[in-house]
Design a protein. Structure first.
Length: 554
């Protein structure tokens, strides 16, 4: 460890449940070696929550994955260190021994449940599989325990969710299923790797309250990995701050927040999206207008699959989005935010009228939409999932040009790709690399460059900062604001992070269950919310602890 380190081991708690000593992780590729974790040490005692915080690339997740020897890289090694769980070194344990620990004594919740859950298996099958593998529980008893677990993690009417697949659940529900899987065998240590990053603020509050309650009920210890210091302040007993593979500061949570010593800790505490959105311009021309938009999904039952009901994902919504302005769309997961954006871009079918630069889109087929696609672009939530791992950055950013500007030469296309990358703050010489060679913030810049290279007039930004750490969020917000000013872009900004919305949006729509709860200028919505639901959202965003106990579970 380097830098000021305090309270390396909590006093008076006896022997640690988990003791990590002098741990190093190196990755080997092409004859070269890179150190990702450098001589890290920390303890977790029984009933204690230790938070491992730092920005992407700091070594947090690699350290956590090392505990269960789950590093997915074939070239990974541990040049030094030991990881002792109840006195036994897990790094030297045999494969049968480590398998006995995984899922039984130590379990893990991953950041993105949609990629962690099997899309081809039902909720019941995925949870019961754990019970069968580790405890050989019979099917009838497994179903009873699965129902009890789903009820325990706050999923309403669990009997109706047994046959559901992951894509049929909201983000919060998927994360609850992951927690149920993790708790199935009553572990002594739970590792939670960014478990609330992709969740909206009210669901985030619910999940944290749930984890706190479950930890108390089961007497669990917890290793909580996050970049969100607002969560850490209210959730962790002790904090370890990581950067560049090293722990630079550690101590009781109150002490770290009240009197940080290391410059990096101070930097983390100060990092938050800030600044003002562009000035409202009532005279700006409308780029996108919509009237009475409806997206209803049929619910079919019976042998003949007759429609018995509809899920009203968007139900009668109207809006106007002007050039050089940002319209923020906020609400809980499942409120219809992304469905609205997809409908406006005619990526899914909808009812109602949609106009883009005066052109009626609702009368166009999907094929007839192609000439307008270059002027309407999307930046998705997860850049790693939206960028092809098999394509170089040059090919990813230039793919739209190959489709929409076919008369452009290869040299001309490459020049525009390089210009787009430089405009978003990336070195154009890196365009021959692949997505996995970039950090999360850099990948999101690549996704923005891919949209920008086509010179669009409208960009739908679907949770573009939710998977990024705080300082990178601030950088991306500044970048989006700068690009909007330079190109007079209209943004539809979909987010659950109200602090980011406040820094970017001129106007805000608050959605719930497909309907508009409240709509107005950003100042009106943030400073003088009228409805109880909007007030609850604001409380959850700006005072997480106050909101946690009062939000209804899903």
């Amino acid at each position: 460890m380097s830098g000021p380190v305090r309270d390396a081991k909590a006093d008076g708690q006896g022997e640690a449940l988990l003791s990590v000593r002098d741990l190093s992780v190196a990755f080997h590729q092409g004859g070269e070696s890179q150190t990702a974790v450098d001589h890290v040490s920390f303890d977790i005692h029984r009933g204690e929550t230790v938070a491992l915080v730092g920005e992407s690339g700091s070594g947090k997740s690699v350290s956590a994955l090392s505990v269960l020897r789950l590093l997915p890289y074939p070239g990974a090694s541990h040049p030094s260190g030991e990881i002792r769980f109840k006195g036994k070194d897990l790094l030297t344990a045999s494969e049968p021994e480590i398998r006995a620990v995984r899922g039984n004594d130590i379990t893990m919740i991953f950041q993105e449940p949609m990629t962690s859950l099997n899309p081809l298996q039902t909720v019941e099958l995925q949870i019961s599989e754990i019970l069968h593998l580790h405890r050989q529980v019979r099917p009838e008893e497994a179903r009873r325990q699965v129902l009890a677990l789903l009820d325990q993690v706050g999923i309403r009417e669990p009997e109706k969710r047994l046959a559901s697949y992951p894509h049929q659940l909201s983000g919060g529900q998927r994360q609850r299923v992951m927690i149920a899987m993790a708790l199935a065998n009553r572990p002594e240590l739970l590792i939670a790797d960014e478990p609330t990053t992709a969740l909206d603020v009210t669901v985030q509050a619910q999940i944290l309250e749930l984890l706190r309650d479950l930890k108390t009920q089961h007497g669990m210890s917890m290793l909580f990995i996050t970049h969100d210091l607002g969560i850490v302040r209210k959730f962790a007993d002790r904090v370890c701050v990581m950067t560049n593979g090293k722990i630079v500061e550690t101590g009781p949570t109150a002490e770290i927040f009240g009197n940080p010593q290391h410059p990096y800790t101070k930097h983390l505490l100060a990092a938050e999206p800030s600044g003002e959105p562009p000035r409202r311009n009532p005279a700006a021309h409308a780029v996108m207008q919509a009237d009475n938009i409806k997206v209803w999904f049929p619910v079919k039952q019976g042998f003949l699959r007759r429609t018995v009901d509809h899920i009203k994902a968007v139900d009668g919504l109207s809006l106007s989005l002007k050039s050089g302005q940002t319209l923020g769309v906020v609400g809980e997961s499942g409120s219809g935010k992304t469905t609205l954006g997809l409908a406006l871009m005619r990526l899914i079918r909808s009812e109602g009228e949609i106009f883009f630069e005066g052109e009626p889109l609702h009368a166009r087929s999907f094929k007839q939409m192609k000439p307008l696609r270059s002027a309407m672009q999307v930046v998705f939530q997860d850049p790693f999932g939206s960028l092809s791992p098999r394509m170089s950055i040059a090919n990813i950013v230039g793919e739209g040009l190959a489709i929409h500007s076919r008369d452009l030469s290869a040299g001309g296309r490459d020049r525009l790709v390089a210009e787009a990358l430089e405009e978003v703050g990336l070195d154009a010489s890196t365009r021959w690399r692949y997505p996995h060679e970039f950090s999360g913030g850099q990948r999101q810049r690549i996704a923005i460059a891919r949209a920008l290279v086509l010179k669009p007039r409208f960009i739908m930004l679907d949770e573009p900062t939710s998977a990024l750490d705080m300082s990178v969020q601030a950088q991306v917000v500044d970048l989006l604001r700068d690009l909007q000013r330079r190109h007079d872009l209209a943004y539809l900004f979909i987010s659950h992070d109200l602090k980011v919305v406040r820094a970017l949006a001129n106007d805000v729509i608050v959605m719930r269950s497909g309907k508009v709860v409240e709509q107005g200028t950003a100042d009106q919505i943030f400073d003088q919310p009228e409805t109880a639901y909007t007030k609850a959202l604001m409380a959850a965003a700006f005072n997480l602890e106050a909101a946690a106990g009062g939000v209804v579970s899903e």
